[in-house]
Design a protein around this ligand. Structure first.
Ligand code: AMP
Length: 222
């Protein structure tokens, strides 16, 4: 079961991806998480992409495609996978179609307007210890020493959640997402979900879309 989630930064895509991957017992593959982990570990890949990630620019197509290709060759994705953050360009989408071959992608767009995103991301923090993403108080005192509600670790703002960088990331997203959405929208396995709804409602809508696709596939003669 190959799944792809598309959505602007801060659309709740990552949170939904974790839930959906758990529900269907498939691997959640976030290219952003993989690259951040590589930066943190100081691997050659991490050193190569650190400045690009911090600036909100996209990493080169060839590099990220190789990262994804290698990841999808691992045995733990045999049951299925959910790609979060890939593809981001038409070149990457072409490469993905080649990687999955005849397996039809199930694609979901989690749609949220820009103004709602900037508000959301200004309060988003990630735990240094357990890496769970969470929101600080709506008052959003960025100087407050918040601690993780799951493990008590220190909450930090991702450098690319800085408002100026967020605006740049939204521009970058707008640039690549249009053609990508146009490409997938014509496929019957595509659905657009309103990401402003409460998280549980979004999860239910995504699950309904996936269940419909899986049911159709079982009905199709093989
Ligand atoms: P994300 O957490 O998905 O917002 O990704 C964080 C950063 O990682 C992005 O701003 C890019 O610099 C880089 N990145 C992640 N996925 C991709 C991709 N598919 N293509 C290019 N760059 C990527």
């Amino acid at each position: 079961m190959p799944l792809v989630f598309i959505g602007p930064p801060g659309s709740g895509k990552g949170t939904q991806a974790v839930r959906i991957a758990e529900r269907y017992a498939i691997r959640h593959i976030s290219t952003g998480d993989m690259l951040r982990a590589a930066v943190k570990a100081g691997t050659p890949l991490g050193q190569q992409v650190a400045a690009t990630i911090a600036s909100g620019e996209l990493v080169g197509d060839a590099l990220i495609t190789e990262v994804v290709r290698a990841r999808l060759a691992q045995p733990d994705v045999a049951r299925g996978f959910l790609l979060d953050g890939f593809p981001r360009t038409e070149t990457q989408a072409d490469a993905l179609d080649g990687i999955v071959g005849a397996l039809p992608l199930i694609v979901a767009l989690i749609d949220v307007p820009d103004e709602a995103i900037v508000t959301r991301l200004s309060s988003r923090r990630v735990c240094e210890s357990c890496a769970i993403t969470q929101s600080v108080s709506d008052a959003g005192d960025v100087a407050a020493p918040d601690s993780c509600s799951y493990c008590g670790g220190r909450l930090i703002r991702r450098p690319d959640d800085d408002p100026a960088v967020v605006r740049h990331r939204l521009e970058t997203y707008a640039g690549f997402a249009g053609p990508l959405i146009a490409r997938y929208r014509s496929r019957p396995s595509f659905a657009a979900i309103d990401g402003r709804q409460p998280p549980d409602v979004v999860t239910a809508a995504l699950s309904a879309h996936i269940d419909r696709q899986l049911a159709q596939r079982q009905e199709e003669p093989s």
